[in-house]
Design a protein. Structure first.
Length: 128
């Protein structure tokens, strides 16, 4: 039953993130509101970290369950993959290699990690 609750909470947050992103793209919120991308990346980090934790719980992956710092590292890697996706499809909003691009990428990765830290703080006492 505990796995089902965790799965449903993770799925619910992923649906919220999808809705948030689609609305942001279709209504140009990413361009019109400077803070929208920050919220999206923090929520993305939360969703990635929670998804990784849910998978580690369901499949009893002890390397993540017993060391939540691995959760933060894996979320950072997922954030890097997303940034590579943005570069490949030229959707980053800035020209690759410019200072603006580098600052935006650093901010995005920081926000992703911040989201994973929120999950880490929520879960750190769960396995003790």
């Amino acid at each position: 039953m505990q796995h089902l609750k965790l799965f449903l909470m993770t799925l619910g947050l992923l649906i919220v993130l999808l809705f948030f992103h689609v609305i942001g793209m279709t209504r140009h919120f990413y361009l019109n509101y400077w803070f929208y991308d920050i919220i999206a990346h923090i929520l993305g980090g939360i969703c990635i970290a929670l998804s990784i934790f849910a998978i580690s719980e369901i499949f009893n992956i002890k390397i993540i369950k017993n060391n939540l710092w691995n959760l933060i590292a894996l979320t950072f890697i997922a954030g890097l993959a997303w940034e590579a996706f943005e570069v490949y499809y030229d959707i980053s909003g800035y020209v690759f290699g410019t200072l603006a691009y580098k600052l935006d990428t650093a901010k995005d990765l920081f926000d992703d990690v911040l989201g994973s830290v929120i999950i880490w703080l929520a879960l750190r006492n769960k396995n003790k």
